[in-house]
Design a protein around this ligand. Structure first.
Ligand code: NI
Length: 169
């Protein structure tokens, strides 16, 4: 397994739309393992393939306290949503920024697991938020897009400065 590089806002690659996975071959399984390792290594609770510059509909999540309950979802689709849940979200692609976002609190999502089997998940609160946040990545959307233009611009400036200091540009 290996740790993958996570793209950071405002990288334009984060705006790409991911294509559905058609065939779960060894490369895809390797990618899923690497994404999980990368997510755990970075201390995150979710990671979308878009964030590691692979534009396929794959996400990994682990919202458990012990970090021992990985969920992998391919080609996810929300089939129902209701309620409202507010959570101070962060993102591995937007480091050190946390902002309150309101999303539906109860969702039902369908997709495939890593074996290509159809699965349906009912998620509430944190897991619901996390799945929606990661699904946004797959369509090129970031949680900062829910904030005001001014706030998003401030975050962009802050991260660009940080990237310059880190020599990432
Ligand atoms: Ni994120």
């Amino acid at each position: 397994m290996s740790i993958l590089t996570i793209l950071e806002f405002p990288d334009e690659q984060l705006r790409k739309k991911a294509a559905p996975v058609k065939n779960i071959d060894d490369n895809i399984k390797q990618l899923i393992d690497d994404m999980l390792e990368t997510m755990y290594h970075a201390g995150g609770i979710g990671l979308a393939a878009t964030q590691v510059n692979v534009h396929l509909q794959i996400l990994v999540i682990d919202t458990s306290e012990q970090k021992n309950d990985p969920l992998c979802l391919l080609n996810p689709e929300i089939i129902s949503k209701e309620g409202a849940f507010e959570y101070k979200e962060g993102c591995l692609s937007v480091p050190e920024i946390f902002e309150k976002i309101i999303r539906p609190s109860h969702i039902t999502v369908k997709g495939l697991n890593r074996h290509g089997e159809a699965i349906e998940i009912e998620a509430i609160d944190l897991l619901s938020t996390c799945i929606q946040h990661e699904m946004d990545h797959l369509r090129g959307k970031l949680f900062v897009d829910y904030l005001s233009t001014l706030k998003r611009q401030r975050i962009k400036t802050k991260l660009e400065k940080m990237h310059r200091l880190e020599g990432k540009e």
